[in-house]
Design a protein around this ligand. Sequence first.
Ligand SMILES: NC(=O)c1ccc[n+]([C@@H]2O[C@H](COP(=O)([O-])OP(=O)(O)OC[C@H]3O[C@@H](n4cnc5c(N)ncnc54)[C@H](O)[C@@H]3O)[C@@H](O)[C@H]2O)c1
Length: 388
Amino acid sequence: MKNQKIRMGMVGGGSGAFIGQVHRMAANLDGQIELVCGAFSSDKQRSISSGQDLYLDESRCYANYQEMFEKEAQLPSDERMQFVSIVTPNHLHFDVAKLALENGFHVLSDKPATFSLEEVLALEQIISKNQKLYGLTHTYTGYPLVKQAKHLVASGELGKVTKVAVQYSQGWLSKESDTDNKQAAWRLDPSRAGISCCVGDIGVHAFNLLEYISGLEVEQMCSELTSVVDGRALDDDATILVKLNNGAKGIVGASQIAVGDENDLAISVYGEKASLTWRQQEPNSLWLKYNDKPAQMIRAGVGEFCEEAQMAMRTPAGHPEGYLEAFANLYLRFAQQVRAFPQAPENLEPILGIEAAVRGMAFIESSVTTSQSNTKWHTFNPYAQKTL
Ligand SMILES: NC(=O)c1ccc[n+]([C@@H]2O[C@H](COP(=O)([O-])OP(=O)(O)OC[C@H]3O[C@@H](n4cnc5c(N)ncnc54)[C@H](O)[C@@H]3O)[C@@H](O)[C@H]2O)c1
């Protein structure tokens, strides 16, 4: 086999889209991946012209994703794309992933994994049948100090975890007129976003970060979802209480009506001996705090780190790394997984996959159903959600 870059296709991310171009920058950062084809829009001309704007080979700027999978599958194995990056609105994630897997391609999808819990459970079966890789881009798991935070909890630095508080707070949907924005329009439309806006869009990141850093699992939940702006069919604010599988309690907050807040994702994990706090808007600092000695601010690039965190840093201390680099870490991991496939790469934590996808979709659906219930606590079980 030739020594080549990993070849990627993209669905979504046409001109004017948000996250598609972030994915492309992230894929490019380490020189391991090449974008070779795409179906970038639901509009045929826009799809093709978006590929041309990226200087892709004319024959590989496709009118739609169905054509892309069909034609790519016919190319020689050392030319065709190896994985597809899915960056469309939520209602298309399942269909695109399914068709990709059935045509022999690995899948790297943005969250939420699918439109519904039912779809993600079907996707789990399809992945198991087709034996291809599936990765989910929970961006925040790519930050070096998030990996260090996970390591500190796992190594017992905090002692037994007693409480976790995570909040993802934005203000960009605080007025009715905000809905005129292209990104807002589909997020507030139940036929394209799914059962939830705020929890589906950002609450699921908060939930994932809680489980990722704490190493614990949500077992019960009690939620209160609101549409603060009148006339919205979906939630724009959420407060969710959770019980974790070690007996600890937690709070998951998410809001898109928090005027003035940007992408203010913050998590605190409290243990019997110490606590930690990480904030996305200051991603190169991690606080470690005690009751009986001074707090410590861990700074990216300064001192010793666990291997996962060390491998996720690129620049010397004080040269800030952020969102794009965190995304790039997910791409780099996935590229290594694709290169090693069907073996697993050595010494490497794989990026989150279908298990996190199922838990995330169950969390979104549960947050809505439990919010509508008068019972306080509900069992959280992705495979028995219908009993709620
Ligand atoms: N991981 C993160 O931090 C993060 C951040 C933002 C968005 N997202 C997720 O990324 C996805 C896209 O969000 P966005 O804000 O970029 O949306 P967007 O509206 O800016 O972009 C969506 C793109 O998909 C294209 N598209 C629509 N239908 C298509 C089809 N049939 N075939 C091909 N392309 C099609 C649109 O033309 C557009 O280019 C969503 O699922 C969202 O939840 C994740």
